[in-house]
Design a protein around this ligand. Structure first.
Ligand code: C5P
Length: 242
């Protein structure tokens, strides 16, 4: 039995607010009382969105700060602490940043609990889904994308991180590799019949969770729906019915 097996469907859906602060607030107003998790990415953070993290957390949401940190250990240690202080419940870092960097992130999360009484989950990005084998080779990685993703995922969890972000297509093998307690967060999720946008390797919410995702990230199918709450609730219902 894994630590996320009992999560309700509602607590598994992370809504990506890829927009400016005003639109993010308007979406939060609608989703309050429905959604548990909101995802704040770097576009929103650098558009004055950082104060939103605390504001939305104070309103009862859990906040996934998709920070994608990658720097020297000293700097990421401080960055994870700062994100924790601002109220982040989950932060992302690049798994390719080295074992020392990942350990520093893990230690920073533990230290946040001591200093702020609040500890965010820290999870690793393995290989960006926008990269292909040729692009990976250009930055010096010649093993296959699945091998690279698996190696970085294992390194992250062995360094004390809580889990990884991956495509729903990789969720099953990542669950087998990392065991029942890892957080496995999958973007690239589309309800049946929804527009793909720029996503290509997609799965439905139910398929992603059945494959081993603990959480799914859904942006435009909810945020650009005529009725975001109805779109959110239908995804919840789909996961419940799986
Ligand atoms: O609108 P959509 O559902 O495609 O949004 C997916 C979210 O997940 C976006 O915030 C995007 O940045 C993020 N993401 C992704 N693919 C990755 C990592 C993150 O789509 N590999």
């Amino acid at each position: 039995m894994g630590r996320f097996d009992d999560l309700s469907a509602r607590d598994r859906v992370m809504v990506a607010l890829d927009c400016g602060p005003e639109e993010a607030r308007a979406l939060a107003d609608k989703l309050e009382g429905h959604a548990t998790w909101l995802k704040v990415g770097i576009t929103l953070i650098y558009d004055g969105g950082l104060p939103l993290v605390k504001e939305l957390r104070d309103r009862g949401f859990k906040i996934f700060v998709d920070s994608k940190f990658h720097d020297i250990p000293h700097q990421v240690r401080g960055a994870v602490m700062s994100a924790a202080h601002s109220g982040a419940d989950l932060v992302t870092v690049h798994g390719s940043g080295s074992e020392k960097m990942l350990v520093a992130c893990h230690e920073a999360a533990e230290q946040s609990l001591v200093e702020f009484g609040h500890k965010p989950y820290v999870i690793a990005i393995t290989v960006l889904t926008s990269m292909d084998a040729e692009e990976l080779a250009m930055v010096g990685v010649t093993r296959s994308i699945p091998d690279q993703a698996a190696a970085l995922a294992k390194l992250a969890v062995d360094s004390g991180l809580d889990g990884i972000v991956c495509s729903p297509m990789e969720a099953r093998e990542m669950r087998e590799l990392l065991g029942p307690d890892a957080l496995i967060v999958t973007p690239g999720v589309r309800p049946a019949g929804a527009a793909l946008g720029d996503q290509s390797r997609v799965a439905t919410p139910a398929a992603a969770v059945n494959a081993g995702a603990s959480h799914i990230v859904v942006g435009r199918p909810i945020t650009q729906a005529g009725d975001p709450v109805a779109a959110f609730e239908s995804i919840v219902a789909e996961i419940e019915a799986r």
